[in-house]
Design a protein around this ligand. Structure first.
Ligand SMILES: NC(=O)c1ccc[n+]([C@@H]2O[C@H](COP(=O)([O-])OP(=O)(O)OC[C@H]3O[C@@H](n4cnc5c(N)ncnc54)[C@H](OP(=O)(O)O)[C@@H]3O)[C@@H](O)[C@H]2O)c1
Length: 330
């Protein structure tokens, strides 16, 4: 077991100025599906820190694509709430190579868990999707009501359509059966538990690894794809977990809620921060023959901010803690 280098959890999940009673009993028994993943592990840590009892099952014990076994499990343990953070997740390459699995595994997990929760009379459920559900050319910052207003990014269309089906499913249980089930769409996330495999990782862990390895190899330069000008938003997983706890406590409306920090930065600036954190002394060069992708991707977080959410982890501190966590894994 390595030391937990994630930043200290701050009590932001229930801001004092948020009115109204909590929608969760205290302590509540909460099943976190996908508790070994980047998001699920952070949510489990947060809910435990808030005094709740977290119930978990590894994929080896319960394959969530198995609807009958998932329903039997939920009927047996009868949690007060479910957080659905289990999903088949991957980068562009995996998404475009295995669209069948990205579509079908996610649809099956969602069908099992959401329908199973309803059947087992679980009163609260939070379904997690991602910002890729929004149209490729959505106005920035991206508001929740831009859902289904335009074409999706083709490379992860199968995944996005599965997630959109999940939002529709959650809303259908709300309208048809009066269930307090909700959906949330986080921005790009990073933190302890992230995937550092260069073939499948997201941009931030990939940068950390590349600069670290360049320092180890004494390389004179690191060449990155594109111009470095596209702007992206990054949120630490402890902040997304705090937002999930807040939503479970306070939010009960149809439609998804965006989870982000409301700020973005150019990839070139992100690369400079990572270079400093990893103490790499060489040059950064940009291969401008490679594609840049969407110029900007920033979520509108008005809805979440109005509930009292404020991110606690500063980007540089979060990157430093994530780097330390990864070094400890070696
Ligand atoms: N990472 C991000 O930047 C990001 C951004 C926005 C939204 N999200 C959303 O957050 C959610 C979780 O993502 P993540 O990054 O935490 O993914 P992750 O690290 O890959 O974790 C996914 C978890 O789901 C579990 N799982 C997958 N298939 C399963 C199955 N059939 N039965 C049981 N468990 C299964 C995995 O179990 P194993 O450990 O056994 O594989 C793993 O624990 C997803 O809905 C994703 O869209 C993530």
């Amino acid at each position: 077991m390595t030391a937990d280098t994630s930043p200290k959890l701050t009590p932001v999940s229930e801001p004092e100025h948020t009115p109204g009673p909590s929608l969760l009993p205290r302590p509540a028994r909460i099943f976190v599906a996908g508790h070994r993943g980047l998001v699920g592990s952070a949510v489990a840590r947060r809910l435990e820190a808030d005094g709740h009892e977290v119930l978990t099952r590894g994929r080896d014990q319960l394959d969530l694509r198995d609807a009958a076994r998932t329903e039997a499990f939920l009927r047996d343990v009868r949690p007060d709430a479910v957080v659905l953070a289990a999903a088949k997740v991957g980068g562009i390459m995996a998404n475009s190579t295995y669209p069948v699995q990205f579509l079908e595994d996610n649809l099956r997990i969602q069908l099992s868990v959401v329908a199973g929760a309803h059947s087992a009379d679980v009163p609260r459920l939070l379904f997690l999707g991602s910002s890729c559900i929004y149209p490729k050319l959505a106005d920035q910052p991206i508001r929740e009501d831009s859902l289904l207003t335009g074409a999706l990014e083709p490379t992860n269309e199968a995944y996005a359509i599965a997630k959109i089906a999940g939002i529709t499913q959650v809303n259908a249980y709300r309208s048809q059966y009066g269930r307090s089930y909700i959906s949330a769409m986080p921005t790009n996330l990073y933190g302890p538990g992230d995937n550092f495999d260069l073939a499948t990782s997201h941009v931030l862990p990939a940068l950390i690894r590349r600069f670290h390895e360049a320092r180890e190899a004494d390389a004179a330069q690191v060449t990155l794809w594109g111009t470095g000008t596209p702007r992206r938003e990054f949120l630490h997983v402890d902040d997304v977990a705090a937002a999930c706890a807040l939503l479970l406590n306070r939010y009960d409306e149809p439609g998804p809620v965006n989870i982000g920090c409301g700020e973005d930065l150019p990839i070139s600036e992100l690369a400079s921060i990572v270079r400093e954190v990893t103490a790499y002394q060489g040059e950064i060069t940009w291969d401008t023959t490679k594609p840049d992708g969407t110029p900007r991707k920033l979520l509108d977080v008005t809805r979440l901010t109005e509930l009292g959410f404020k991110p606690a982890v500063e980007l540089r501190d979060g990157i430093a803690a994530t780097y330390e966590w990864w070094l400890n894994q070696h």
